[in-house]
Write a new protein. Structure first.
Lengths: 163, 163, 163, 163, 163, 163, 163, 163
């Protein structure tokens, strides 16, 4: 792996999504997967999205995680521009609580896949874990780190609830 | 109006949407508004969408009607590429009956508007009528035809239901 | 354009909708489109609505933006009284979070169109932008201001999220 | 009761609603309550609705039953024009199966009530029964017929299911 | 009308519903309609409900307003025990925001009607107004008070929104 | 166990529910649990429901399975009249596809439990299995039959799908 | 009953569910039913779940109550591993307010039943009451305590609401 | 790649899912990705699932695609047993049209990811495409085939709709 590779690109529709999407960055950092986070709106900055996807290969990027809310088109439009795996994270939107974001992200028509995680922070964290699982397929060190993380996670859950 | 102008562009994500979207074409034809219909998928043919929007001005196009289903991004992505008014028509999707199409189309974030009509054929017909209403603002003939059409519509409704 | 024209009428079902609907007024003001805001309830003041629509032509009004919540009939009833383009903005209602407002506004039967924007403030702002886009079709100055606004909006989005 | 009184007016948005709404007429006929059925669209024939409501008192009308589908404004708009009790029946709409009709009818804001029955034929039948219950409050014969009908209904239900 | 008649009975499933249901009592008081409010749970106090309905006639009761939340059976079970008109008010429930209450109240099968108002305070107020409208059918004084109230309500709505 | 005991009572709101509810009877028969099926409507035959529940103890009844649709009150009202375990089966209703039946059955307020199974035939079958599981707690033969049935079920599932 | 039996096992997906699930423990304690509460995640600690179910018989456990949120698989996976009755309690999830938890718990396919209670605290309390009702079938003391509790509950409800 | 490797395992809850899930197998076959399809129910055959996941590594399996309906736990339970990427495909369920399947699959809690595709056939096809995209990351031939397939897909869409 080259020094300056960025394996995972995290993009999001607006600054307000960062509170959620940083869960993806945190777990990727914890598992030692290089990543970067950028604000790119499918609607307000369509050219920036094109440029970002065009530059992905040169950075050695393997996976793009796209988080957006409401009529959440970012993941789908990204997937239309690349054959890299695109993971979608629906934001919890103010009125409809993420149901709009979820359906806009997951219900992609046949031909252009977006693989979607849960609404909100759990989804952002799991997008990071899923990206790691993909990278682990061809990187034994990452695979071992992921397995260790999963064991640690299980062990950290107390058996008895506390008041 | 030039001979070869096309005032309204009707675009749709796939051939299967035409059964619905032709309601827009039919009412525009009936009201004498030049229009054309094209299959353009935001996801499967993104370049075709760019080219279409780029060419719209040269055709004298005033309004774009975009019909799509499920994770229906077509109207929103079109609106991101132009400042022309974009009308969205959500298709009745097989599983969720258009609720996914509706939320994906109408819940656009502030800054890039899509004006959305009802799910399915009623929405397609009304998109044609709404486009006509916009054109009527600067074309007295169209305005008169639209007013006449509305009166005819009202008069055609029988007062007594029949078994 | 006459000095005292009002191009866009913003109407809403109650005072409590103003916190949302003023987003429409603000963007219209910013883009230099004359507008006025009035409280008109389809249910509690039906006569006021008739009078308002009857007077719209004399004011040179081109577009009516109607915001209402719950069983939100205002946009539909307005559209029944005029052939001007009517834009609907569903309020975020207390119990059902705007799903009732959205369906009551967008699911208009064929024949009387209402073009609907998103639930809440994003929808109100986009109604203002969409009305501007309609006016821009026949006013080159407005068109240029709208294009400039869109560019400024894109440029104002930072690339890097901040904690 | 005068010979030519019509106690209950049944109105509906279109001919296609009659298959549902005739359940209201049938039960009213069965219970001996004078009624009439008319097609009146809140959106396509708003003037007809005004005229109908204006004439209701002269006919001795006590209750209006309004059936409509999708963005179902008919009951609410009728209630805005009269202080007579207005009963709403949401039609089973093609895409959203009546959820849109239900919310558009029942979620009336405080001040103008619509009392809503179930979606579809059960709702239409119950609107007829509810109108009868209102009339029964001041007509002992009707009250006795209604009580008898309820007893007959209970007795007609077999205890054992049959294959 | 006898001195000690109670025209409208307001019943509710628990003390926690009173914050909502007192809107019904308030508007009935304002319009001079005698009423009483009682806590009666269809599930936890079924015998109390039977006794209450049995005693309704002796009190001269004309209408029962039943407010309940979640699996809201109170209105339906009351309607099963009487031929008096029963109005249902769905409470805004904690998890599903009243959607469960609404469907449990409004979707009554054919044969036993419940006429349902909106979720929450608007529905409670409108239940009071609707009960008044029923009573107004046979009481000219009440009818005049209701018409006056409606006019006052319309007049009290300011035309201009205030910040 | 006495000869003429009926361990499980299956009740349903109408004959039309039997096509679904007989799945409960079939699995109980298969597992050798005595049962009977009756049509009892919470709304149309409330007295029949009271009589049925009053007689349950004398029959040695242990569990009541109640299937109903739309505003499905049958299970809840039954649970209000007995401390026997009551299982609810929501019917697939015509308009809302069982969402109304489900919420009306499962969302019982604290104090009177209904344990709810899935919408439709799967729920009816599982109600029978769940009733068997309860009886198995104090009947070793039933327990063994249930365990054997579960093993047979697993073994009957082929590993390879066939076209 | 042996001294050290635990009749009811309460398991939950995470510590954060305990605030809800302790309602089950409280009512079981109040009714004198031995119980224990453990944190067991179907996803993060699958082996712990296997071990727990394997050990249930030896403890004399009769019923397992499983509370989980979002994609709530705990009750279903538990039911797959045992023929004991499994009660599911859907947590009120942050984004979708428990609708996801409810459907994930209740919509079990035919063959493996989960009996589901309401979303949140009411459901947890009712799970405890339902478990008690099962135990009461073969324990006369418990049956008497449950009947007494139900009577006390009814008597504790005041008839008059207080402001 | 070894001769007898199976890169993608397709598992599904029952034979009835195969009509949908074979879309995944078909696209994988078309793109030359070795795959196998098996019926494995998380609920009815939990041991079979354990055995299958345990054997996955030995087969060189890289990705598991899990399709299930209603309370669709298969993908989540699989993901709990492995760190391989697991893709979920929600079946279109009979009553709730896949909304239950979707929420049960996608709303996984943080820590155990399932990446979810659309409801039904489009989702199954896209699961196959997404699995291919993952394999393409470390197999240049697959990458070229995928890019060629995408181009062919775009080219195959006619521009003009046909009646």
């Amino acid at each position: 792996m080259a020094e300056n590779e960025t394996l995972v690109g995290i993009i999001m529709g607006s600054q307000s999504d960062w509170g959620t999407m940083k869960e993806a960055a945190k777990i990727l950092d914890e598992l030692g997967i290089s990543n970067e986070a950028k604000i790119i709106s499918a609607h307000r900055t369509p050219q920036r999205l094109h440029d970002y996807v065009d530059a992905a290969d040169a950075k050695g990027m393997k996976i793009i995680i796209a988080g957006a809310g409401a009529a959440a088109h970012l993941a789908g439009v990204t997937a239309a521009l690349t054959t890299l795996p695109v993971l979608g994270v629906p934001m919890e939107s103010p009125a409809l609580k993420g149901m709009d974001s979820l359906l806009s992200t997951v219900q992609m028509p046949g031909g252009i896949p977006v693989a979607t995680l849960a609404i909100g922070k759990a989804g952002a964290k799991n997008a990071g874990l899923f990206a790691t699982a993909i990278i682990a397929l061809s990187d034994k060190d990452v695979s071992e780190r992921l397995i260790a993380w999963r064991k640690k996670q299980a062990a950290a859950i107390p058996l008895d609830p506390v008041d």
